[in-house]
Design a binder for this molecule. Sequence first.
Ligand SMILES: [Zn+2]
Ligand SMILES: [Zn+2]
Length: 134
Amino acid sequence: MDARNCRSCGSLFNYIGGEPICASCKKKMEDVFLQVREYLDEHPHATINEVSEEVGVSVKQIKQWIREERLTLSDATDAGITCLVCGVQIKSGKYCDRCKTKMQNDLASVTDKPRAQEPAQKKESNGNRMRFFQ
Ligand SMILES: [Zn+2]
Ligand SMILES: [Zn+2]
């Protein structure tokens, strides 16, 4: 058992993985998340700041949801979320489509490479000794 303090309310709870947040705070967060998503459904052009004020959730939290690809912003919204590689504006996740594709290709080329096996080293001391006896 791994007891930790909830990062949100500070109470001790049984930590099972993921973010250190207790069950009741997680539930609260889930409710807020649904409110944010609902708000975005009704106001697709809302900015993050607007959503933050209307729903009462931090801009940081909204951006985190966008990074986790739980929220996707409409094209009209300036989310301030950028690709972590090239810095281009994206609507969701961490990377733009171009960088994602490139990373997948890089990964594929690494795993495709055949592994060079080191040849077993031969000991040649025997040969030298034989010559010594002649
Ligand atoms: Zn809590
Ligand atoms: Zn990129």
